[in-house]
Ligand binder design. Structure first.
Ligand SMILES: NC(=O)c1ccc[n+]([C@@H]2O[C@H](COP(=O)([O-])OP(=O)(O)OC[C@H]3O[C@@H](n4cnc5c(N)ncnc54)[C@H](O)[C@@H]3O)[C@@H](O)[C@H]2O)c1
Length: 412
């Protein structure tokens, strides 16, 4: 059988996908693009050391775009995925994008319509949905084990201050410096939507203040963002994410009207289930679920990384199970737009904002020109500052010092 020819755009996080494609029996790595030559050279060395000599390396997206490829993984800047995805879909390529799906509501509509018009596979690499514990929570929830969902929590708390120089390179306009507190909401909201199959209908946003430990590294946004979301069955989801000092990295829990489940964060799942007429007298169990696909053991991010690329490739091959398990464009958008709308809420004194269901064509027109965001070149005249606390610009010397640390290999 002919292998699917896949290109990877972005050779930093993109190396996770590069490695998996190199080891796939269904796909071949055909091209890699990154404008940062050292990253490209590192990728070439790794591929050649593994015996792969027929990969083409590009520094320029235009040249990469014209390469003979069936599918492309987008692991470029988090706020630039949608325009590249749309061009690639329109050229007949299947696309998987890293987090996030879109930077604005306008892009959300445009991306959905590009997927619909192309008929190509689009999947979203929301790896936090796929750890063995969170997948087991999905299976059990969908089986009805804990009844109707009433409340959920998703937390992705990641203090990146020590690695900030190596992930922002001292660039003032790097997306991690320009983003606002509720932008990177996918890892906290995504798994809950994946588990429950529910969609967000209303959101209020909140943010912490910015503190010197991040401002002195070039990031002015509120250090953590929170979305309080009403889900389509009336349940409430609390989503928290960002750079807090914390004892644990993540928390995912579901509370239904017959029981609850909690990801204990160490590979274990705690479950409580009540039977009929058994209020407060149910059974507790704690155990470690196994990955649902052989080969996924020991993959990155708690075992979730393997599944995104695996289901992307299997979906292109027409595998129905993979298509059901992969994250489609509608769910991908649902996992991200609450963050965009939450920042609108924050700018408006935390007032709640309705979250549209963009599956419905009739709900799209209201957002076709909505470029509200904190990146000037994307927002145009809908630009907003990326925090509500301090509008003093960060001095150039801060970025110069972060750049110096990046080059010297020093932590933030
Ligand atoms: N799911 C996860 O667990 C996870 C973890 C880390 C990063 N990510 C995502 O991966 C993506 C990339 O993040 P990153 O950590 O690699 O950092 P990054 O965004 O700084 O790196 C992106 C890479 O793409 C290259 N690039 C960007 N635009 C380009 C262009 N126009 N032409 C050529 N090359 C270009 C850059 O040179 C860089 O090497 C982001 O979307 C991020 O959200 C996801």
């Amino acid at each position: 059988m002919k292998k699917i020819k896949i290109g990877v755009f972005g050779a930093y996080r993109g190396m996770t996908m590069v490695r998996q494609i190199m080891g796939s029996s269904d796909a071949e790595l055909t091209a890699v693009c990154d404008k940062f030559k050292p990253a490209l050279d590192k990728c070439r060395k790794e591929a050649e050391d593994a015996g792969l000599h027929n990969v083409t390396y590009y520094e320029n997206f235009e040249d990469f775009f014209h390469h003979d490829m069936d599918a492309v993984v987008l692991a470029n800047y988090a706020n630039e995925h949608a325009p590249f995805a749309i061009r690639l879909l329109d050229s007949g390529r299947h696309v998987m994008t890293e987090c996030l799906t879109c930077a604005t509501m306008k892009e959300a509509v445009e991306l959905i319509e590009a997927v619909e018009r192309s008929g190509k596979v689009y999947t979203y690499a929301e790896n936090y949905c796929y750890t063995p514990v969170r997948w087991e929570m999905r299976e059990r929830f969908r089986r009805g084990d804990i009844g109707e969902l009433m409340y959920a929590e998703g937390e992705y708390v990641h203090d990146c201050s020590s690695i900030w120089p190596s992930i922002t390179y001292g660039e003032r306009e790097h997306w991690r410096n320009e983003m606002y507190s509720t932008f990177y909401c996918t890892h906290s909201i995504g798994p809950i939507l994946s588990m429950t199959g529910l969609r967000p209908v209303k959101v209020s946003g909140f943010e912490t203040q910015n503190r010197p430990f991040m401002r002195n590294l070039g990031a002015a946004a509120g250090c953590a963002g929170m979305e309080i979301i009403t889900l389509s069955n009336g349940a409430i989801l609390k989503s928290l994410h960002g750079g807090l000092k914390h004892t644990c990295h993540s928390n995912y829990q579901l509370n239904g009207d017959r029981g609850g489940m909690k990801d204990l964060g160490d590979g274990q799942l705690a479950v409580y289930i009540e039977g009929e007429n058994e209020n407060c007298r149910g059974k507790h169990e704690t155990y470690s679920p196994k990955p649902v696909v052989v080969g996924a053991e020991n993959s990155g991010h708690g075992g979730g990384d393997f599944f995104t690329t695996y289901y992307f490739i299997r979906s292109i091959l027409g595998d129905e199970v993979a298509r059901e398990r992969a994250i489609d464009v509608y769910t991908a958008v649902d996992m991200c737009i609450p963050g965009i709308l939450a920042y609108r809420s924050i700018c408006n004194g935390n007032a709640s904002v309705d979250v549209p269901n963009l599956r419905n064509k009739s709900e799209r027109d209201a957002f076709r020109t909505d470029t509200f965001c904190t990146t000037r070149k994307i927002a145009g005249d809908m630009y907003v500052l990326n925090n509500i606390h301090n509008n003093e610009p960060i001095p150039d010397e801060v970025y110069e010092e972060v750049r110096r640390r990046w080059i010297a290999g020093e932590p933030g």
